[in-house]
Design a protein around this ligand. Structure first.
Ligand code: NAD
Ligand code: ZN
Length: 338
């Protein structure tokens, strides 16, 4: 957990969460570790402004329902589940117009309330997502970042036959490569500065995985000089964002998931307007279109996220887990709990 306002995590005995009538209690089996957890661990400026210790960290998980509140109807004890970690009000303009992923009243587990790096977590029943029998807890435990990739790759896009550039091959970029292939992209080019991550992108099906300095040539060759139909920007690095605008074709789409650490300059005239491109900002996962898409892709067998998982630790190994992410050597890092 995050015990105090400063760097680090602590392993502590905490009381079992009490559920409200509209919540369920879930015994956590697997939990994914993510860059957000590293920010909270390091206690950077964002974490200082957002988080109020003490609280339990972690927002990606899967497990078993062990208790249900009095008002819960469609979740039962024994169900194998994961959950959408963004808890929305369900009542505002956005929620009621099918845009709950940008609800202004969103509370995130492991950030704004207790999360899943624990034996048990309380979740509103409306956020629970059932796992198919064939989906292991480990895959259920990473459906949050997988969902970021599905949202980015498949929302308002036309992937079949398309040429796709994925900038940034972290866990989410690697998922996106696999999704673009499964959805029928004709050519998937992936870029990263880290050779290990390029290797992972190749394993996930990238036709070409290259250093950003080679991306322009590779894209030009793959697209007859036009540029790609679709860029999935998954690094948040300013030079990669400029490259996304440069390498998308005129009239193409850039889906922006990566979050730049600071404000950056964009030449809107040349990079966006005169290229006639469409730019889409990605927040979380669409509720619950993205979850349905994930379930269908997993069912079809066309998409397997497991090669992206490279490291597994018990909760006690949290320091090693954080270190594995910071090293840049890891794909997805998961905790094996209970
Ligand atoms: P990550 O940090 O593991 O991956 C980013 C990758 O970009 C790294 O592999 C890095 O080597 C690579 N990179 C660095 N410079 C590059 C360049 N010039 N060109 C291409 N690649 C370059 O992160 P992740 O967990 O996979 O997440 C990806 C991004 O998405 C992060 O910026 C994260 O903050 C953001 N994110 C956004 C949302 C959202 O809802 N919008 C949700 C989750 C994560
Ligand atoms: Zn809302």
């Amino acid at each position: 957990m995050k015990e105090t306002a400063g760097p680090g995590f602590a392993l502590r005995e905490v009381p079992e969460p009490r559920i409200r009538d509209d919540e369920v209690l879930i015994q956590v089996r697997r939990a994914g570790v993510c860059g957000t957890d590293v920010h909270i661990h390091e206690w950077d400026e964002w974490a200082q402004g957002r988080c109020r210790p003490p609280f339990v960290v972690g927002h990606e998980f899967a497990g078993d329902v062990v208790q249900v509140g009095a008002l819960v109807q469609d979740v039962q004890v024994g169900d194998r589940v994961t959950a959408e970690g963004h808890i929305v009000d369900g009542r505002c303009l956005l929620c009621r117009t099918g845009n709950a992923h940008v609800c202004p009243h969103t509370k995130i587990i492991g950030v704004d309330r207790d999360g899943c790096f624990a034996e048990y977590i309380a979740m509103p029943a409306t956020n629970v997502w059932h796992l198919d029998d064939g989906v292991p807890y480990e895959v259920g435990g990473i459906m949050d970042p997988m969902g970021n990739a599905f949202h980015t790759a498949l929302t308002h896009t036309e992937v079949p036959g398309a040429t796709v550039l994925v900038t940034g091959c972290g866990p989410i970029g690697c998922f996106a490569v696999g999704i673009a292939r499964a959805a029928g992209a004709s050519r998937v080019v992936a870029s990263d500065v880290n050779p290990r991550r390029l290797e992972l992108a190749r394993r996930m099906g990238a036709h070409e995985a290259v250093h950003p300095s080679e991306a322009a040539d590779v894209v030009a060759r793959a697209t007859g000089g036009y540029g790609v139909d679709l860029v999935l920007e998954m690094s948040g690095v300013p030079s990669a964002i400029h490259q996304a605008f440069a390498l998308v074709r005129v009239g193409g789409r850039v889906q922006m998931l990566g979050i730049p650490a600071k404000p950056m300059e964009v030449n809107f005239a040349s990079e966006v307007i005169f290229k006639g491109i469409t730019v889409y900002g990605v927040v979380g996962r669409r509720m619950y279109d993205t979850w349905h898409q994930m379930t269908r892709f997993l069912r079809s067998g066309a998409f397997d996220p497991t090669p992206v998982i490279t490291h597994r630790f018990p909760l006690e190994g949290f320091a090693d887990a954080i270190q594995a992410i910071k090293s840049g050597e890891a794909g997805k890092v998961v905790f094996e709990v209970g």
